[in-house]
Design a protein around this ligand. Structure first.
Ligand SMILES: [Zn+2]
Length: 144
């Protein structure tokens, strides 16, 4: 296989829509997103790309109220009101934690420990261009 640098691999279209991490061949640590240097042992170029599970639980979260969003999220927020961002603990061996935006729910109903699943959604819209990526949908009995 030809050498592909981590950033260009990461920016390749299909990879943006999956949870691709770099597992260090030296120490086994899972870096998300993949890094040049391992966050655990600091060795360089030791990571092989792996796909993380698209399910996990909410470890912590913050609700972004109306008016507090950065400009590129304003239009979406005006439609949906407050939304939540969360640290999600994935269901892999190391319980890798990632920062995500939650979707398809009333943010005031989520709790620490709520199960979440990755879904493909518009992340934001800027100057008419829609950016897609993964958000996480909490599994709630009455989500709205
Ligand atoms: Zn390492």
């Amino acid at each position: 296989m030809a050498h592909v640098s981590v950033p260009s691999y990461w920016n390749a279209l299909p990879q943006k829509y999956r949870l691709v991490a770099g597992k260090c061949k030296e120490c086994g640590y899972v870096n998300f997103p993949p890094q040049i240097l391992c966050n655990n042992c600091s060795k360089s170029n030791t990571q092989e790309l792996i796909e993380l599970p698209e399910v996990g639980t909410i470890y912590s979260y913050t609700i972004i109220g109306r008016g507090a969003a950065p400009p590129e999220f304003k239009k979406m927020q005006s439609k949906s009101g407050a939304y939540a961002i969360a640290v999600v603990e994935l269901e892999n061996d190391q319980k890798t934690k990632i920062n995500v935006q939650l979707t398809d729910c009333d943010p005031f109903k989520i709790k620490i420990g709520t199960k979440v699943t990755a879904v493909f959604r518009i992340i934001y819209e800027q100057e008419g261009v829609r950016r897609y990526g993964l958000k996480f949908r909490p599994e709630l009995k009455n989500p709205k």
